[in-house]
Design a binder for this molecule. Structure first.
Ligand SMILES: [Zn+2]
Length: 99
C-alpha cells in the first residue's frame, strides 16, 4: 500500500517541522509586498509560521521572517500580518463552532 506523504514545512518562529496545514504562509510578492497567504498559492518567496501560538510575532521580533523572505518588514506590515492571522484564526474558530 502506498503511503500518502504529508507535506512538512518548517516554522520560522519555533523552527519545528510541521504539517503544512498547521502552518500559514507569508509571502513576498515579486513586487516586494509582504502579505499573508492563507491559500498558499500566491507567487513569490514564502515563509511558514504556526497558525496557533505566537510564532508569527516571535518570527517578526527575531527577524527570522525578514531573513527568510529577504525583505524588510515595516512596523505597519508586521502589524498587518498579525491582524491577518487573527482574522484567519477567528474564521477557523467560527467554522469549528458551527460543526
Ligand atoms: Zn511555530
Amino acid at each position: 500500500m502506498k503511503q500518502k506523504k504529508i507535506p512538512m514545512r518548517m516554522c520560522v518562529g519555533c523552527r519545528e517541522m510541521k504539517p503544512k496545514k498547521e502552518l500559514i504562509r507569508v509571502v513576498r510578492s515579486p513586487e516586494g509586498v509582504v502579505t499573508m497567504d492563507p491559500t498558499g498559492k500566491k507567487p513569490g518567496r514564502g515563509a511558514y509560521v504556526c497558525q496557533a501560538g505566537d510564532c508569527l510575532s516571535r518570527a517578526i521580533r527575531q527577524r527570522q521572517l525578514e531573513r527568510q523572505l529577504e525583505a524588510h518588514l515595516s512596523p505597519e506590515t508586521a502589524e498587518a500580518l498579525q491582524k491577518a492571522l487573527e482574522e484567519i484564526r477567528a474564521r477557523e474558530e467560527a467554522t469549528v463552532q458551527r460543526e
